[in-house]
Write a protein that binds this ligand. Sequence first.
Ligand SMILES: Nc1nc2c(ncn2[C@@H]2O[C@H](COP(=O)(O)OP(=O)(O)O)[C@@H](O)[C@H]2O)c(=O)[nH]1
Ligand SMILES: [Mg+2]
Length: 259
Amino acid sequence: MTEITVVLPTYNEAENIAEAVSRITAALGAAPHEIIVADDDSPDLTWRKAQELAAQYPNLKVLRRTTDRGLYPAVMDGFAAASGKYLAVMDADLQHDEKILPAMLEKARAGAGLVIASRYTEGGGISGWNTTRLLISQTANRLAGMLLKRRSTDLMSGFFIVERAAFEKARPALKPKGFKILMDILQNLPDGTVVTEAGYVFRPRTAGESKISLKVAWQAAAGLGELSMGRVNFILLLVALGLFLLAAAGKILRLAGLW
Ligand SMILES: Nc1nc2c(ncn2[C@@H]2O[C@H](COP(=O)(O)OP(=O)(O)O)[C@@H](O)[C@H]2O)c(=O)[nH]1
Ligand SMILES: [Mg+2]
């Protein structure tokens, strides 16, 4: 029986996928696990590279997705194909520290319904970002936290483990659009679900490119409206606009070489 399924959403990660699969396999060691690559038909043929790797890793499955593209729907497809008792998601670009997976799994085994890998808790951090970029990310995170029923120190985290049973209960209320997956799951978990965190240091990307753009930042800001349990009002819209402007400022600073 598979204890844990790790879903890796990918878009143009051909240079990273082999290393990601190798590191995750080593980190999970003896825990019965499978890895599912949920690729959006990447032009760099990540899906083919992953299919080739499957010859070496019998527990590796590959989904080559051609419709309903996007990070969140890709993860949902991965979860739907998963057989584990625990469902994990992490990036395939080596920015997430796979070495904390065993500690996260241990917390899930001990009864947590959701274990969030966080950059903003004890033991957490971000390597390679300057103060401006950190400040923008933390402000966005705090603003989001103010609007949501359930909080986390890292609401934008793309690295977490959810217990299948808890996920199944949340699923009917989920709206798989954009990339707000953790926020959506967190808000829709059954009452009484134990949520815990584990700190890790977010690493710089060494190969491939980030897909997070202004468009995504805007989606995140707009998505908060839907997630805020009907408290959509003028103030909320102002905050969403603020988030967008912060992201835009970040982009401008980066273009100007100050980020
Ligand atoms: N399937 C799929 N994966 C995506 C998509 N956008 C990003 N990803 C993957 O999601 C992970 C995080 O994306 P990334 O661009 O690194 O975000 P960042 O770390 O915030 O810059 C990586 O493994 C990406 O390849 C998408 O539209 N579809
Ligand atoms: Mg990344």
